[in-house]
Ligand binder design. Structure first.
Ligand code: 5GP
Ligand code: ZN
Length: 112
């Protein structure tokens, strides 16, 4: 198993946990781009949003709910952004599906 996020989920690589349940693990991004920058990943290896199957739609919804729940816990009432970089053009660098939760500052649009 060479996937870095699978190793983080399995605690073979240390991370700073933020939330976990039977389906999802969320942890602090090692290179934060905002005061709050958390990654929400499924425990199961799914390469990207592009690879998610129809029977995984409930898991996809759960990932979004977890991002919103963390935002509530972090008091991001002023707003935040949830991003799923997907594939090469999308800027995805780790091939294990993940949501970025970014907040704590004014974010610009459009992204680069
Ligand atoms: P992507 O570019 O694929 O959308 O996002 C990958 C994210 O994973 C990046 O923001 C990067 O900082 C983060 N990342 C990469 N390796 C590690 C690691 O070993 N630990 C943690 N906590 N984050 C990582
Ligand atoms: Zn993986």
């Amino acid at each position: 198993m060479s996937c870095i996020f699978c190793k983080i989920v399995d605690k073979q690589i240390p991370s700073t946990p933020v939330y976990e349940d039977e389906l999802v693990y969320a942890f602090a991004d090692i290179n934060p781009k905002a005061p709050v920058h958390i990654l929400v990943v499924p425990r199961e290896h799914i390469g990207s949003l592009h690879d998610a199957a129809k029977d995984e739609h409930a898991l996809l919804g759960h990932l979004l709910w977890v991002a919103a729940e963390i935002a509530r816990q972090k008091n991001l009432a002023n707003g935040y952004r949830v991003v799923a970089n997907t594939g090469n053009d999308g800027g995805q660098t780790v091939d294990h599906l993940h949501l970025h939760l970014l907040g704590g500052r004014q974010l610009t649009w459009p992204p680069g």
